[in-house]
Design a protein around this ligand. Structure first.
Ligand SMILES: Nc1ncnc2c1ncn2[C@@H]1O[C@H](COP(=O)(O)OP(=O)(O)OP(=O)(O)O)[C@@H](O)[C@H]1O
Length: 189
């Protein structure tokens, strides 16, 4: 897996307010960065800039490899069975066959035929993570990935991130909850 993500002197302005500037970091295969800071300092905005959903006010974001975003909403069709909703996105990535393993990885295979709208908060979060897994993208952009997860699910999440890094993937993680991310660069806002 060949992956990269770099911020070079990136600035972020929202609603006319400068949130951060001069932000620099570079991640290569197996690397992770932990984005922390008080509410409203721009953690989600930074992740959105990395995803290409929000333009940087200054500086440049460069990288190598597809990026997968875990944000507040998973954009899974609430009326579809979970597996079908995940397959919708996986097919676009040409990876429909990856859905089954992704569901198993987040311990949701028993709920594959349950409509997304019936999932609990934590199950929905795990479903969103299954979408990231199924994408096969080497660069993971995770905004508050542990929100709504119980202790055991949070540990599964940490292990999946570690496995991903072990295969040369990258994780950029914004969180206000403690999450084990060994040897991660800290990006403090
Ligand atoms: N679409 C928008 N237009 C204007 N301002 C915005 C917009 N979205 C977010 N902001 C503002 O940008 C600032 C940073 O928001 P952001 O969600 O990036 O912070 P955060 O660090 O992730 O916060 P939290 O820890 O509460 O999730 C906030 O003051 C917010 O009100």
């Amino acid at each position: 897996m060949s992956a990269g993500l770099a911020f070079a002197d990136v600035a972020c302005v929202r609603g006319g307010r400068l949130l951060f500037e001069g932000l620099r970091f570079a991640l290569g295969p197996g690397d992770a960065a932990l984005v922390t800071g008080p509410n409203g300092t721009g953690k989600s905005s930074l992740i959105r800039i990395a995803a290409g959903l929000l333009p940087a006010a200054a500086g440049r974001v460069t990288g190598k490899g597809a990026r997968a975003l875990l944000a507040e909403t998973a954009a899974l069709d609430p009326e579809l069975a979970l597996a079908a909703a995940l397959r919708f996105w996986a097919r676009i990535d040409g990876r429909a066959m990856a859905v089954e393993a992704a569901l198993a990885a987040v311990d949701l295979e028993q709920l594959a035929q349950v409509p997304v709208r019936l999932l609990s908060t934590g199950q929905r979060r795990r479903a969103a993570f299954a979408r990231i897994l199924a994408s096969g993208a080497p660069v993971w952009l995770l905004d508050e990935p542990a929100n709504g997860l119980d202790t055991q699910s949070a540990q599964v999440l940490e292990q999946l991130i570690a496995d991903h890094r072990g295969c040369g993937g990258i994780a950029l993680v914004a969180t206000h909850l403690p999450i084990a991310l060994p040897h991660a660069q800290e990006v403090r806002l």
